[in-house]
Ligand binder design. Structure first.
Ligand code: PFF
Length: 455
């Protein structure tokens, strides 16, 4: 994304390339690791339903809006916001969307890279046969011993960041798109196979009830905010990443159509991951609310007790890591492209600087699992706080600003031109959702769920 014209010229010519790359940016740890533990912690089906509603009425319209911004501005998020606000005759203060996005992206990547490092570590653990005929206890102990070793966590995180660095520095966007095209079908096949396997060896009925039979009394005020935040997180919106990818949207293709495909795939992957994980959780009497370790404890146990489980397990964690790489690239892109373009830096140098910042910030997360384990802020561990502030506050705030800007400030003709929708009804509905549901909805959820805290 070196300058406006270059990116327009180099934009993906086919919708499918855009869809594949964007799906790569959205499907990641959020679907495989985070969705299941959040559903576990927040009461299951009622949370899942709240999450799905947030996706459809809030997050998806905002995602379309963010891609539209990118496709109009065709630059890094800060310059894009400067150009589109100039064009719309709006205040240049809207650039804050770009700034906020770059900062939120780096903060998210700082802990995302640590968790992705766990994924790498587990490839080795499975190949090494650590879980052959393992008990649930052993699986839990193995996870805890990884968390207790900061030096290991730092190494794995560094490896992940180095890979991201290579991809972003070389700007191999086409490579990403090609890789995503190959990996996506593989991920789907693998998840379906795993869901079938774990429904046979595990307690499928309990899992299905937990995920699909809502008990609204289990939905706390805070859970609603978590569901909303996760809708933004899983679709990678509010951090400028979709703006960066929107800059490559092919001309004269329906953005709503492409985004719907991405959202559908992202949601399917989360549900499939839930169906692969929860039958094992229930048959083992594990606590669904055990937190971030859920996938890392349940899946290795399942693999350890299956034929060729070592290999399938290693493959599973390889997929987790690859999915995390394509998302990590998206997280780093906004800040890197801003730095490179603003100061006319060589792109790899900009990427190195950002990676160092992220790596240092990542130490906070790493230490929160061991030497800073006892530290609590607002009743949360440092890692939980970082996750809460980014996913549940910064991303939705970025989303609201995008909804307000695109819904109220941009001219209709410009939007029609960029969106390229065939049906006027869809256009009307999208703009209506942005104006009257997305922004006010997020504010209502904020007030409702933060009220007990602010009291
Ligand atoms: N959507 C990614 C996931 O679910 O793992 C996380 C993410 C990637 C968030 C890129 C934001 C982003 F810009």
């Amino acid at each position: 994304m070196n300058n406006h014209y270059e990116s327009r010229r180099r934009g993906w010519r086919r919708s499918w390339s855009f869809v594949a790359a964007t799906t790569g940016a959205t499907i990641g740890l959020g679907n495989l690791w985070k969705f299941s533990y959040l559903a576990g912690e927040n009461g299951g089906a009622a949370f899942v339903l709240a999450y799905l509603i947030c996706i459809v009425v809030v997050a998806m319209p905002v995602m379309i809006a963010e891609v539209v911004l990118g496709s109009r501005g065709r630059s890094n998020p800060v310059s894009t916001m400067r150009d589109v606000s100039l064009e719309a005759g709006a205040s240049s203060a809207w650039q804050v969307i770009g700034w906020l996005g770059c900062i939120a992206g780096l903060l998210v990547l700082s802990y995302y890279s640590v968790i992705a490092g766990w994924g790498f570590a587990y490839i080795g653990k499975l190949l090494g046969g650590e879980f052959v005929a393992a008990s649930a206890q052993l699986s839990g102990d193995s996870f805890n011993s990884l968390l207790a070793a900061p030096e290991l966590l730092v190494q794995w995180q560094a490896l992940f960041l180095l890979i991201i660095l290579l991809v972003v520095a070389l700007g191999v966007r086409r490579g990403i798109s090609a890789a995503a095209r190959l990996l996506l079908p593989l991920l789907f096949i693998m998840l379906i196979a795993l869901a079938i396997y774990s429904s046979q060896v595990g307690d499928f009925k309990a899992a299905a009830e937990f995920l699909f039979k809502p008990d609204f009394s289990a939905l706390s005020q805070e859970a609603l905010l978590v569901a909303l935040g996760h809708a933004f997180f899983t679709l990678s919106i509010g951090v400028g990443a979709m703006m960066a990818y929107g800059a490559y949207v092919p001309d004269q293709r329906s953005i709503t159509g492409m985004v719907s495909t991405v959202v559908l795939m992202d949601t399917l992957v989360s549900i499939l991951a839930g169906l692969a994980i929860f039958p094992l959780v229930f048959s083992l009497n594990m606590a669904p609310a055990m937190g971030p370790g859920l996938m890392f404890v349940a899946m290795p146990y399942g693999f350890g007790n299956m034929i060729y489980g070592n290999y399938f397990g290693a493959l599973f964690f390889l997929m987790v890591s690859l999915a995390a790489i394509t998302s990590g690239v998206a997280l780093l892109e906004p800040a890197t492209s801003w730095l490179a373009q603003q100061f006319r830096w060589w792109r790899p140098a900009a990427a190195v600087v950002m990676i160092i910042v992220v790596w240092l910030l990542g130490l906070v997360t790493i230490f929160s699992f061991n030497i800073w384990q006892h530290i609590e802020v607002f009743g949360m561990s440092v890692f939980n706080l970082l996750d809460f502030v980014t996913a549940n506050l910064l991303l939705p705030i970025g989303g609201v600003l995008i909804a307000l800007f695109v819904g109220w400030k941009m001219r209709k003709e410009v939007l029609r031109d960029e969106l390229y929708v065939e049906s006027p009804q869809i256009f009307w509905l999208w703009r209506w959702l942005l104006r009257y549901i997305a922004a006010p909805g997020v504010l209502v959820v904020f007030l409702w769920s933060l009220y007990p805290w602010l009291k």
